[in-house]
Design a protein around this ligand. Structure first.
Ligand SMILES: Nc1ncnc2c1ncn2[C@@H]1O[C@H](COP(=O)(O)OP(=O)(O)OP(=O)(O)O)[C@@H](O)[C@H]1O
Ligand SMILES: [Mg+2]
Length: 252
């Protein structure tokens, strides 16, 4: 039986951080936890994840310093395949057994040919949401739909869908966050404890590099906590697999 796990940071809401967090997670598991990672970018036609990789490759080709820095890591970058949603399942199945983790970046809409079949290929979905009523409502609708049409179906691998806060603002009154988490608990939609902070750092190219690991920002902003929680979810909290090393290495 294949041990490849298929993961998507996804939602039916645009702009909540799906692509950003798919990259953060893919890069953390690949560069820091040394897992064999691949990415499928089926956010057609924007393909922002694949475009980021192409820009980074151009930069490497034009900057001997950057190229030397990359070579010094002694590690290849992970593959990124771009396609339309309807073709993603075929690509995902070809990757089966070749990789430990496959991250799939999907569009911020659900009315697309092939999306239901693709969801059924996923082991875990992590749903970022913002402290905004529309974002919360969209996440509840998305989770209910996955529960109804995907989870538990005989041809589906989907084990669980977890919500988590992105763009968390610490200085904001926290009762909206608390009330939302209580409501999700009543609805039996699990919530991760980690919150990714809102930060202007996300405007920096280094925050969404597909070719280099995150540096000390990794420790901050809730990122290492989120990756650790994802690792525990995907692999179980066994010490050997819990990726404590990810957080430790992010200290550099
Ligand atoms: N924690 C954060 N703090 C501040 N800005 C963030 C954070 N997370 C993401 N962003 C920013 O939010 C914007 C949207 O992020 P991203 O493109 O990852 O979202 P998306 O859900 O993939 O959007 P789309 O639906 O268009 O595919 C980007 O400008 C990104 O830099
Ligand atoms: Mg996106």
């Amino acid at each position: 039986m294949s041990t490849t796990k298929y993961i998507s940071i996804s939602s039916q809401k645009g702009g909540v951080g799906k692509t950003t967090i798919n990259i953060l997670a893919a890069s953390a598991f690949h560069f820091l936890a040394k897992q064999k990672v691949a990415v499928i970018d089926c956010d057609y036609p924007q393909h922002s994840l694949k475009n980021l990789r192409d820009k980074e490759l151009e930069l490497l080709a034009s900057s001997p310093e950057k190229a030397a820095e990359f070579m010094a890591m002694g590690q290849q970058a992970y593959p990124i395949e771009s396609c339309q949603v309807k073709d993603a399942l075929g690509i995902a199945k070809e990757m089966d057994g070749e990789f430990d983790l496959v991250f799939i970046d999907t569009p911020g809409t659900i009315n697309i040919d092939g999306i239901l079949e693709l969801w059924k290929q996923l082991d875990y979905i992590f749903m970022p949401l913002e402290s905004d009523r529309l974002s919360v409502e969209a996440t509840i609708t998305y989770a209910r739909m996955l529960e109804h049409f995907v989870k538990g179906k005989p041809d589906s691998r989907l084990k669980e869908c977890y919500a988590f806060w992105n763009k968390h603002i610490k200085s904001e009154k926290q009762d909206f966050y608390e009330r939302t988490e209580e409501y999700f608990a009543e609805e039996k939609i699990p919530f991760l404890k980690s919150r990714l902070e809102h930060s202007v750092n996300y405007k920096k190219d280094a925050m969404r590099s597909t070719m280099f690991p995150l540096g000390k920002e990794f420790q901050r902003l809730g990122i290492s906590g989120l990756i650790k929680e994802m690792a525990d979810t995907i692999y179980g909290p066994a010490p050997a697999q819990s990726l404590e090393a990810v957080a430790a290495k992010g200290d550099n």
